[in-house]
Design a protein around this ligand. Structure first.
Ligand SMILES: *Cc1c(COP(=O)(O)O)cnc(C)c1O
Length: 393
């Protein structure tokens, strides 16, 4: 690693030179099985030929103009995103935190438009919304915030998956204008609500009763990851605002803030913008990603394979002391141990398998959506003995 890079990451000792499907090769030619997909980014795996063709064609024609002009690729992507989500309007940006910044600004503007001078947003414990000042303030993890005080004000934090806590806030706080949450928490430890339909339905009702916006951060859970286009589609609920990034561009940086109904009319001319947001190249990557997911039937596949992986680990780790729970929503998979286990990332790497540990104790798997069952079996075969050995110490 160059000494000229700022020291913001604890990097694993490997550098990749190329990839194909669920496989990556390092500079020495060693092959690794990718069960992390660049943290839920490479849903189509590496070097998907249809994606490469779409990006190459676009790059050879037009990479960037400016949002002061019409952008055909951006319009096509917005149409497609609204078709699959049922949302009405899209603002395109470049990352997850930017998408959430747009959502937070939208909520504040919505508040001001209805006469709330100091609008506040309800957020969740253990949430992760990004690293910009507003999004780290919305994040429910002190480690992300420490050293960056003063934090951005205007957030009220409640426990995740606790409707009653939100109801309490509604009774006491007239400044609330929105609730922001990940329907399934990613960085916080693959936290799946006990009954996601009841939880989101309850939040929807509270938002409707109080005139708040329901805003879902689907930066990690969106774009087919959980077996539906978006995690909220496991329920009957439609959010007012939804944010996307990670898997949307298959690695070409792109983020999106979508809005429905009245929320879609909040941003007007001059209220928000981005130089790169939704440029022709990023939009073409987003559109190709959605089309390929559809053509390859990856929604049903993500659901089926995710459940298969969970069951395979449940069978292999049955009765193993130290395994707390194994949970998933499609291909968001968490294996929670009873102790911190970050060492497992390095041990898996040595066994040529890429995984992640989040929230100290949760082994997180976010495989490419294109992984097949035989490759998934290899993930189980490599990881199971490592977990058993780690817990036996
Ligand atoms: C990764 C993530 C973000 C931040 O996305 P960046 O592109 O890194 O800014 C926000 N929300 C959730 C749920 C995420 O998983």
């Amino acid at each position: 690693m160059s000494e000229h890079l700022m020291n913001t990451y604890a990097r694993q000792p490997v550098t990749f030179a190329k990839g194909e499907g669920v496989w990556l090769w390092d500079k020495e030619g060693n092959r690794y099985l990718d069960a992390l997909a660049g943290i839920a980014v490479n849903g189509l795996g590496h070097a998907h030929p249809d994606l490469v063709a779409a990006i190459s064609e676009q790059a050879g024609r037009l990479i960037h103009v400016s949002n002061v002009y019409g952008i055909a690729e951006q319009s096509s992507l917005a149409d497609k995103l609204c078709e699959v989500s049922g949302m009405d309007k899209v603002f395109l940006c470049n990352s997850g935190c930017e998408a959430n910044e747009a959502a937070i600004k939208l909520a504040r503007l919505f508040g001001h438009q209805k006469g709330v001078e100091n609008p506040e947003i309800i957020v969740m414990e253990r949430a992760f919304h990004g690293r910009t000042l507003a999004t780290l303030s919305a994040t429910g993890n002190r480690k992300t915030q420490a050293g960056f005080e003063p934090l951005v004000s205007g957030f009220i934090r409640v426990p995740f998956d606790d409707l009653e806590a939100v109801r309490q806030v509604s009774a006491h706080n007239p400044n609330v204008v929105a609730v922001l949450l990940e329907p399934i928490q990613g960085e916080g430890g693959i936290n799946v609500p006990k009954d996601i339909a009841a939880y989101l339905q309850g939040l929807r009702q509270l938002c409707d009763d109080n005139g708040w916006l329901l805003m879902l951060d689907e930066v990690q859970s969106g774009v087919a990851r959980t077996g539906t286009w978006f995690a909220f589609q496991h329920t009957q609920v439609v959010p007012d605002v939804m944010t996307l990034a990670k898997g949307l561009g298959s690695g070409v940086p792109i983020g999106a803030c979508l809005a429905h109904g009245a929320a879609a009319e909040v941003f007007t001319y001059g209220k928000h913008g981005s130089t790169f947001g939704g440029n022709p190249l990023a939009s073409a990557a987003g559109l190709a990603t959605l089309n390929i997911i559809e053509q390859q039937g990856l929604l049903a596949h993500a659901e089926q394979l995710g459940n298969w992986i969970r069951e395979a680990f449940a069978t292999e780790l049955k009765g193993v002391a130290g395994v707390a729970t194994i949970r998933n929503a499609g291909l968001m998979i968490g294996i929670e141990l009873d102790r911190p286990c970050v060492e497992l990332v390095k041990q898996a790497l040595e066994a040529r398998l890429l995984i992640n540990v989040t929230a100290d104790k949760v082994i997180r798997l976010l495989p490419p959506l294109v992984m097949n069952q035989q490759e998934a079996q290899q993930v189980v075969d490599i990881l199971t003995p490592l977990i058993k050995k780690f817990l036996a110490h």
